[in-house]
Design a protein around this ligand. Structure first.
Ligand SMILES: Nc1ncnc2c1ncn2[C@@H]1O[C@H](COP(=O)(O)OP(=O)(O)OP(=O)(O)O)[C@@H](O)[C@H]1O
Length: 235
């Protein structure tokens, strides 16, 4: 499979400190890759750097061969990368419909329309007139996913979609993401919830000490509890 995203030697951090110290990571076209790692290891920093929200010190970020390292977030978005940010960040005073229409106004050409988002997530259609701050956490997460899809991205960056959600709600989000996976979406999924990551991802990458310490098929990682424990500190 060809790589849609190819990151190599990526170094980044804050005010001179180094968080990412030579990250190499690829996302093959049509694959979902889960990025795992302990709290504070730098997963969000990685996602923000790919998205152009944080300027890397050095390294390469290629989308389908095109160099994006150092490009501004709007240019990265235009190139076809969309983010579902940690904490969802929906516009609280705007309705579901308004949140989606704003995203749709900035969309690249492609199959995603507001109607198609409603079809994927009927709950959003039911809540279309409700304001962002009247939604449950799960509904806000769906709205954040809908907004990202409306950009018709080639690559979706999902930063902890399960964060702060009850298990039953995580299940609903998983169903939505599973349908997207069935449609062949390419995605990088940052997750602390291993069950969700294992359910959705074709491959797993584990970040440790600023680098990728392990990369391989999900099934293989899942069956090797000792390795998971050593890398993540979980059973
Ligand atoms: N805006 C910032 N300014 C300075 N340091 C930051 C900033 N954001 C994150 N950091 C630091 O960078 C390191 C990596 O944080 P990051 O949020 O990328 O980790 P993470 O793996 O996503 O963690 P979590 O799973 O808790 O979200 C941490 O030490 C954190 O304190």
């Amino acid at each position: 499979m060809t790589d849609l995203l190819a990151v190599s030697g990526l170094r980044a951090g804050y005010a001179g400190t180094t968080v990412l110290d030579g990250v190499d990571l690829t996302v093959p076209a049509g694959a979902v890759v889960a990025l795992l790692g302990r709290n504070g290891v730098g997963k969000t920093t990685f996602v923000h750097t790919v998205m152009g929200m944080l300027r890397p010190y050095s390294g390469s970020i290629r989308l389908d061969g095109r160099e994006l390292a150092g490009a501004a977030a709007h240019a990265v978005a235009r190139a076809g990368v969309a983010i579902v940010p940690q904490g969802r960040r929906v516009f609280a005073p705007l309705t579901v419909e308004e949140n989606l229409r704003i995203a749709a106004g900035r969309r690249r050409r492609g199959p995603w329309t507001v109607d198609r988002v409603y079809e994927l997530m009927p709950r959003l259609a039911e809540r279309r007139a409700n304001r962002g701050d009247q939604l449950s956490g799960g509904e806000q997460q769906m709205l954040a996913i809908g907004r990202a899809l409306l950009r018709n991205p080639r690559l979706l960056l999902l930063d902890e979609p399960s964060d702060g959600l009850a298990p039953a709600v995580v299940g609903q989000i998983a169903e939505v993401l599973e349908r997207l996976r069935g449609d062949g979406i390419s995605a990088l999924l940052v997750e602390q919830d291993l069950r969700l990551a294992f359910r959705l991802a074709d491959e797993v990458a584990v970040m440790r000490k600023g680098r990728i310490a392990h990369r391989g098929p999900t099934a293989e990682f899942r069956s090797d509890r000792d390795r998971a424990r050593a890398l993540l500190g979980v059973g």
